[in-house]
Write a protein that binds this ligand. Structure first.
Ligand code: BGC
Length: 405
């Protein structure tokens, strides 16, 4: 994009072209908050949506665009992908905006690790999501006498009760990233925080290949036995809709699922329940959406700076995340406008960060680079689809990671 010399309104002459994967009802509603915010500042929006939860399809399109010398202005991105593009020198330096708004002081350390490279801010964090949540239909639970489970055994008993009552216990979409999202929570429950870190972040072979990992895979088999027969290939938001409509009891999914409940007019506590995956109440596996600005020729453009600045404004962080289901990427935003799940999300995040129990999500690109993440996806999905048993899955995982490293 070439800046045109204009005599009037020179600063924001160009539209921003934004590549993102926010295409579900709840995601689109949140995106509209961003678009609306930019409109009030006279920044035009050119939409470049690439459907596909977790963003793999979006990242493929991005690579093609960059290869053909036509990078979008701003790109929704996660964790290690940001570091990868920064290493390639593709991202604009946002330090001037960051300094003006004091990002260093208000963006949590865990996010800075993926937003700053060699002292240079390279992306603007929009939110913090976390993956170890369960979403439940309250009426379905109530009518089957089920209380919120706090251990794996209680969860398994609740699933059995729903199954006996003829309700689909677990809503799931069989796509690799969704299988991995469920595995994030199940593995955290089975391995505990130290084991999760050792296996997925440090890639320690003993942890990857240990008994607790086998337990995690066995639990995935129980989950697989309790999804409906049409699960394969289903989009995540359609699985959420099954819980919203009372066709299913539970969905294990990141808190973007809350956006779907809200856009369907549902209220937490009355219509649906949110709780941490049993056994992971004190941990948070997070992923943060950020907008990386592609270098359009040396310095950050006025439009990119305006977009970054709008994203980090405290009022936007509140308004956007209330709708998206995530929590603010700044530590100084009030929880006043958030619902009960959002308030819990903010509290959990702060507590996990303080107690050393905040970990990057393996499933959403915050534990390892894409090559290792994808190697893990392959094993998790092959096992989920019954290609091999839990014991084989453990050794396949160790091998896949050692080859990908
Ligand atoms: C993103 C969320 C998005 C979800 C499903 C995650 O990787 O962080 O913002 O809603 O994928 O598309």
């Amino acid at each position: 994009m070439v800046a045109t010399a204009l005599t009037t309104a020179p600063a924001l002459a160009e539209d921003v072209e934004v590549l993102h994967w926010w295409t579900s009802g709840g995601e689109a509603a949140a995106l509209n908050v961003l678009k609306g915010d930019l409109e009030t500042q006279g920044i035009g929006w050119q939409d470049m949506p690439v459907a596909g939860g977790g963003g793999e399809a979006a990242m493929t399109v991005l690579r093609a665009r960059v290869t053909s010398g036509n990078a979008p202005t701003a790109v929704q991105m996660l964790g290690f992908d940001i570091l990868d593009w920064a290493d390639q020198g593709a991202l604009a330096d946002l330090n001037s905006v960051a300094a003006e708004q004091g990002w260093d002081a208000v963006v949590p350390e865990a996010l800075q690790a993926f937003a700053k490279v060699d002292g240079k801010w390279v992306s603007a964090p929009v939110n913090v999501h976390s993956t170890n949540w369960v979403w439940a239909n309250k009426a379905v639970l109530d009518s089957n006498g089920i209380a919120v489970p706090t251990t794996w055994d209680e969860f398994a008993a609740a699933v059995d009760a729903l199954s006996a009552a003829g309700v689909t216990p677990i809503a799931h979409g069989g796509q690799a990233w969704q299988d991995a999202t469920v595995f994030d929570a199940v593995a955290m429950g089975a391995l505990g925080p130290d084991g999760y870190k050792a296996a997925f972040i440090d890639l320690d072979e003993d942890a990857l290949g240990g008994d607790a990992m086998k337990t995690a895979f066995e639990r995935m088999e129980f989950i697989r036995a309790n999804v409906d027969e049409n699960f394969s290939g289903r989009d995540w938001n359609l699985a959420t809709a099954m819980v919203i409509n009372g066709e299913a009891g539970f969905q294990m999914m990141g808190d973007w699922a809350k956006g779907e409940f809200l856009s369907a007019g549902k209220t937490p506590g009355d219509d649906f329940l949110c709780f941490r995956f049993p056994g992971t109440e004190n941990q948070v596996t997070f992923n943060a959406d950020q907008f990386a600005m592609f270098d359009q020729g040396g310095t950050v453009s006025a439009e990119q700076a305006a977009l970054a600045s709008a994203i980090l404004s405290p009022s936007f962080q509140s308004a956007f995340n209330v709708v998206k289901g995530s929590v603010p990427a700044r530590t100084d935003v009030s929880d006043a406008d958030f619902d009960a799940c959002g308030k819990q999300g903010m509290k959990d995040l702060a507590a996990a960060a303080a107690s050393g129990n905040l970990f990057g999500s393996m499933a959403h690109g915050h534990a390892n680079p894409a090559s290792i993440k994808n190697a893990m996806y392959d094993v998790i999905t092959a096992h989920f689809n019954g290609e091999y048993d839990a014991e084989t899955a453990v050794s396949e995982l160790v091998d896949a990671v050692s080859i990908a490293k």
